[in-house]
Write a protein that binds this ligand. Structure first.
Ligand code: NAD
Length: 514
């Protein structure tokens, strides 16, 4: 019997409930002002993932708009004193950003859920607090940094200092616009840079509204600019722009390659946080209930649309039957629903083409001989929207496409393994290396696996925790560089060495021999 059609809040109902003043179209923000709409360019339509209603159009920023944004950031860098401001003063100004984010957090969370489809409860519990923490952390951390000196030459003292790089281009993906952009924005500003943010064309309004409310904090205009539009138009114009000094990119691996090429023309510094296909290793020494809870969170948090998803479960034979039975039963029980319903555990995927891509992988898995244990199809109890059932596929070869390609949705593969050595070997048979998860209560096994897995972060008996002091980023095709205190400082500042003699020097007098 078919389930009744589930109720999903309309855009109007959400807008009324959260007092959202949704625009007809979203553009950019340059030098403290919203960019005017170019009436000759048709806006790109963005539909609500839960209802397929038109949310708004995106006015694509042209290369001329990008020029204006970079010029505004350059002017703010050169002429407002921001880069050389005393930390105490800069801190006071930046703390106002925290106040305006805090004052508008319900609205920001609702916008992100509405345009991306992520359950509001998760955005409120994780994304908003992290967005605020990003600013709190980098504002304080910037005040603790210092340089160093070398005195070993005897005759000279070398003083090494760091200074802001200049204009930073920050490009974000659609899945978590507030958290991901604020991480790099907070670090860039706290270290004295000015910025041009490029929002994703699939989540344009979260960042537009974020930047708009930041201007309520009365920071110098031009400090934070925003451009919207497609990657190969607006993004390319920004990353190739000669006025940009450094690029902080978060997005897919293929785009990361294009960004590196764009950066090459101007020998720009680049930080790349790219895709993942992370191994989630469950050893027989694991506390199984907690491994099951953690594995579900690792693949389903944020609708599974996360770079750090634990999307390849490798479970030791001895406990595989028990793990698979419980894990799949729980996957089948996951509440797929309206992002604005507090009971929903996952919402719709962000846009139709992405939903189609995720579902296509179920067909690919079957064609490759995998067994679909649950899901693999659209969730059919909704009249509209890009809802899919959480999917688990039992695979026998890590070489299959579903084990090698990033699916970026609520889709996990499960593979039985002989032992920890095989887990390490399979975990590393991947072009990615962002994170990995290990579930085991046996310390020597944990250490031995953790040290051999090629991933930037290894989570042991826990999913998804983060310390902003620690570096985060990927091995191999998961990225270049890291985020985190020292890693961000490396990307967003230049080191300068100043050499001074310790006493007046007697230099050879060239040209005085005759
Ligand atoms: P994407 O690479 O398609 O787009 C990211 C951004 O780059 C967007 O703003 C897009 O408009 C822009 N862009 C696209 N082509 C461009 C080009 N040629 N030049 C300049 N800019 C261009 O990624 P997405 O689909 O928005 O996001 C999903 C991807 O992001 C996944 O692969 C995911 O793993 C990755 N991601 C990584 C992290 C991390 O920290 N490592 C975090 C979140 C998401």
């Amino acid at each position: 019997m078919l389930e009744p059609v589930k109720n999903v809040a309309s855009v109007e109902e959400v807008a009324t409930r959260f007092k959202l003043n949704l625009p007809d179209s979203v553009s950019g923000f340059v030098g403290g002002k919203q960019l005017a709409q170019d009436s000759s360019v048709a806006p790109i339509q963005h539909l609500c993932p839960a209802t397929e209603e038109l949310l708004y159009g995106v006015n694509e920023c042209s290369p001329a708009d990008v020029d204006a944004a970079v010029a505004a950031a350059r002017d703010a860098f050169d002429n407002t004193g921001w880069a050389r401001m005393a930390h105490k003063e800069r801190k006071q100004l930046l703390r106002r950003l925290i106040d305006v984010i805090d004052a508008n957090k319900e609205e920001l969370a609702a916008i992100q859920s509405l345009e991306v489809g992520m359950p509001l409860a998760g955005v409120n519990a994780m994304h908003i607090p992290r967005t605020i923490e990003n600013f709190e952390f980098f504002i304080e951390a910037a005040g603790t940094l210092g340089g160093h000196t070398y005195t070993q030459t005897g005759q000279y003292t070398s003083i090494v200092t760091r200074e802001a790089v200049g204009v930073v281009a920050l490009l974000s993906p659609w899945n978590a616009p507030l958290v991901l952009s604020s991480m790099k924005l907070a670090a860039a500003l706290a270290l004295g840079n000015t910025c041009v943010i490029k929002a994703s064309e699939y989540s344009p309004y979260s960042l537009f509204r974020f930047v708009e409310i930041m201007h309520e904090a009365d920071l110098p205009p031009g400090l934070i600019n925003l451009v919207n539009g497609r990657g190969h138009v607006t993004g390319k114009a920004l990353t190739e722009h000669p006025g940009v000094d450094v690029i902080g990119f978060v997005g897919g691996t293929e785009t990361g390659k294009a960004i590196m090429q764009s950066a090459a023309g101007g020998i720009k510094k680049v930080g790349l946080e790219l895709g993942g296909k992370s191994a989630n290793i469950v050893l027989s020494s694991a506390n199984l209930p907690s491994a099951i809870d953690g594995s579900l969170l690792a693949i389903l948090s944020g609708n599974g649309e996360q770079c750090l998803a634990g999307s390849r479960i490798l479970v030791e034979d001895e406990v595989a039957d028990e793990f698979i039975e419980s894990f799949v039963a729980r996957m089948k029980n996951v509440v797929v629903g309206d992002p604005f319903d507090a009971d929903s555990e996952i919402g719709p995927l962000a846009f139709a083409a992405h939903r189609d891509k995720v579902l296509a992988y179920a067909k690919i898995a079957e064609a490759e001989g995998a067994e679909i244990l649950c899901g693999g199809r659209a969730a059919d109890s909704f009249a509209k929207g890009y809802f899919v059932e959480p999917t688990a596929a039992l695979v026998t070869s890590n070489q299959s496409r579903v084990c090698q390609e990033e699916i970026f949705g609520p889709f996990v593969t499960i593979q039985r393994i002989r032992d920890a050595d095989e887990a390490v070997q399979i975990a590393n048979e991947s072009s990615f290396g962002l994170v990995s998860y290990i579930w085991s209560d046996d310390l020597p096994s944990v250490m031995s696996v953790a040290q051999r897995v090629k991933a930037g972060t290894v989570w042991v008996n826990t999913p998804l925790t983060r310390d902003l002091r620690a570096p985060f980023g990927g091995y191999k095709m998961s990225g270049v560089g890291r985020d985190g205190l020292h890693a961000s400082v490396d990307l967003l500042t230049e080191e300068k060495t100043m050499m001074l003699p310790n006493a007046p020097l007697k230099l050879p007098s060239l040209g005085s021999k005759r």
